[in-house]
Design a protein around this ligand. Structure first.
Ligand SMILES: [Zn+2]
Ligand SMILES: [Zn+2]
Length: 135
């Protein structure tokens, strides 16, 4: 297992790498994370604020900080793909797991804000598995 993980946005403009050293891995089901992803939850890895090396596309990174609550969304202005960012308090780098091209060693430990999960999420866990689209 490599100690360095590569990451890139969907369009390939933004590329980076970071060390495979994470404090925790949470799936957050809060309402804001549903909005941010347009889906059921975020999958966020937490690491040291300085654990990132940007290779390209830094000028394309756009940040949205919610004025009221402590959450942010950082993304590629070109393709909208979520990207790593330092949280408002500055004590952690938050990495959306799906943006990594290599897999981290750590696995999710908690589903947080579970009470706010999408009404359809429990049913989704029981939905059929297909290789591609359903037949
Ligand atoms: Zn992009
Ligand atoms: Zn959340």
């Amino acid at each position: 297992m490599s100690n360095t993980l590569a990451g890139s946005c969907l369009c390939g403009t933004v590329t980076f790498s970071l060390k495979n050293e994470f404090k925790c891995f949470y799936l957050c089901h809060c309402r804001q994370c549903q909005k941010i992803t347009g889906s059921a939850h975020v999958a966020h890895l937490f690491t040291q604020p300085d654990n990132i090396q940007w290779f390209s596309g830094e000028e394309n990174i756009t940040r949205y900080d919610d004025p009221k609550r402590s959450f942010s969304k950082v993304f590629c202005a070109q393709c909208g793909c979520g990207l790593p960012f330092v949280n408002k308090s500055g004590n952690a780098l938050i990495v959306p797991a799906g943006v990594l091209d290599d897999q981290p060693t750590i696995t999710p430990s908690h589903n947080i804000f579970w009470a706010e999960r999408a009404a359809w999420y429990d049913a989704a866990l029981l939905a059929k598995h297909c290789v591609g689209f359903p037949e």
